[in-house]
Design a protein around this ligand. Structure first.
Ligand code: ADP
Length: 497
């Protein structure tokens, strides 16, 4: 041992300890207190001498301290720091501190206890975390350009940070009267802001506050849009403060305004498209009868030019014109009713009859030569539909099939009707199968789109309209196709009740 330290007194050593240290008797009364402890607690040694050490502990933690002390005195053994002996103490000025304690027994004639205190590691950790969080918050606030304000309802003042003051045109003071705060808000936006505040001040809203308003710079009168989110705090049922963050959203507002112009244009385009679609649907409806009328008129002209007054021929041709004109008129009428989504007139129909009628139209209008193979279920119950619309769909499907089969050596159109049970519900199923070139997957996906056509004189509306018509009659229309083995169109319709 170093000679100089041999006669070192306990007192010298005790006072040299950097941590706060107190020696107590086994009764818990203070007998010694080192300078570090005097500094930490703010008492002189004399003031504490003979008093219970317990009085340094925050009153609500005294029970916990007594527990530690009894535990130690029962079995006096060293209890170092960091073994969970954390306790809240209180200094002379009432400031609370969370400290770690160590207990060491000193046996000299009787038992004394050396207690040392240091700032709790947990508290340091918490403080550290808080510091990091605060820093993160500050950085985030800075990066996002947030301003913060706290409106004290009772005092009628607003405390605000630098960023917030900048939003208000660089106001100098850290506190502003509530009237002064509101005075700079655009008069047109005050009522909306007040309504948002009234809502937040109602306890049922749980204090949620959200508002957007303009602030007018007092100097250059420039307007700035501010978006605010915050929370109102209550004392019982009384709202007493509003704490909020605010953001300058002026640029966003300008952008939104600019975007609104093209969106008007987009609306116009959409309207134009809708108009084009309607026009195409009408053209699709008129195409066939007009072609027929034109052909009949040719016959009439030809007959008249030749001076060979074949009255019968003329009569037939003119009759054809009349029929086609009526057909066009009917078609247009139905189409307009459909486009206007007016009430659909349905009736119980014998589907097989409608199929035969539609087939006659296609066979006689010369859409293409083919052999029809009908596999119609004889006892099929009546379907509840609009006759003209189902007829129209069938004509469309038959015509498309006939046109597709024009390159086929022996074109056969197979039409099948049957009963289908789906989800426990009976419905009629119609299948229209051809042996034309069929469709590849990509095409099959697109054929129901309006304007999709592969024909030179096609409009591409037939299938789009057909699907819409079947759906408005309570059914579905779809296609099955393998390229090279023909196309099969199927649709369902509900039976009459
Ligand atoms: P359009 O007949 O005016 O072209 P549609 O909507 O009736 O309009 O048909 C769209 C396209 O679907 C047709 O151009 C054709 O390419 C394809 N299509 C329709 N039916 C058949 C079919 N039975 N076989 C092969 N392709 C078909």
């Amino acid at each position: 041992m170093i000679e100089a330290l041999k006669n070192l007194s306990f007192r010298t050593l005790f006072d040299a300890i950097a941590d706060a240290a107190i020696v107590i008797e086994s009764t818990g009364h203070v007998v010694l207190m080192n300078p570090a402890a005097q500094q930490l607690f703010g008492y002189t040694e004399n003031e504490l001498m003979g008093l219970a050490v317990e009085m340094l502990i925050t009153p609500r933690y005294r029970k916990q301290y007594r527990y530690y002390q009894t535990l130690f005195l029962d079995k006096p053994a060293k209890l170092p720091m960091g073994t969970g002996n954390e306790i809240m103490v209180c200094n002379r000025s009432g400031q609370e501190m969370l400290l770690d304690m160590s207990f060491s027994p000193i046996e000299v004639q009787q038992l004394y206890v050396l207690i040392t205190f240091t700032v709790s590691r947990q508290r340091l950790k918490v403080e550290d975390t808080l510091r990091v969080r605060e820093e993160c918050l500050r950085l985030a606030k800075q990066a996002a350009g947030f301003g913060i304000f706290d409106y004290d309802f009772k005092r009628g003042v607003v405390y605000w940070d630098k960023q917030m003051r900048e939003f208000w045109g660089g106001y100098p003071g850290e506190i502003i009267s509530y009237e002064g705060f509101v005075a700079m808000i655009h008069p047109a936006d005050r009522a909306g802001r007040q309504a948002a505040l009234d809502y937040a001040m109602n306890p049922v809203s749980h204090g949620a506050y959200k508002a957007e308003y303009r602030v007018i710079d007092p100097l250059d009168k420039a307007e700035r849009w501010i978006a605010v989110v915050g929370r109102v705090y209550f004392e019982g049922d009384h709202a007493n403060r509003l704490v909020s963050v605010a953001r300058d959203v002026t640029e966003q507002k300008i952008l939104q305004k600019e975007l609104r112009v093209p969106s008007n244009e987009a609306e116009k385009i959409f309207e134009q498209q809708a108009a084009a679609r309607t026009a195409s649907a009408i053209a699709h409806e008129l195409n066939q009868p007009l072609t027929a009328i034109s052909a009949y008129s040719e016959v009439v002209l030809h007959t008249l030019r030749n001076d060979s007054f074949d009255v019968e021929r003329l009569k037939n041709a003119l009759q054809g014109c009349v029929e086609q004109t009526q057909r066009a008129g009917r078609g247009l009428h139905e189409l307009i009713a459909f486009l206007q989504k007016s009430e659909l007139a349905t009736e119980p129909l014998n589907l097989n009859d409608v199929i035969r009628e539609a087939l006659d139209v296609v066979v006689s209008d010369g859409s293409g030569k083919f052999r029809a193979r009908l596999k119609l279920e004889q006892d099929l119950p009546a379907v509840q539909c609009n006759r003209t619309q189902v007829h129209k769909v069938l004509v469309n499907l038959f015509r498309n099939a006939a046109e597709a089969m024009q390159t086929t050596d022996s074109p056969i159109l197979t039409i099948i009707t049957q009963m289908q049970v789906l989800n426990d519900k009976n419905r009629a199923l119609v299948s229209v199968q051809d042996n034309g070139p069929g469709l590849d997957q990509a095409m099959a996906k697109r054929i129901f789109e309006p304007f999709f056509t592969t024909k030179q004189t096609g409009i591409g509306m037939g299938l789009a309209i057909s699907r819409a018509l079947i759906e408005s009659n309570g059914g579905e229309l779809w296609v099955e196709s393998d390229e090279g083995s023909g196309a099969s169109f199927h649709f369902t319709l509900p039976f009459a009740p």
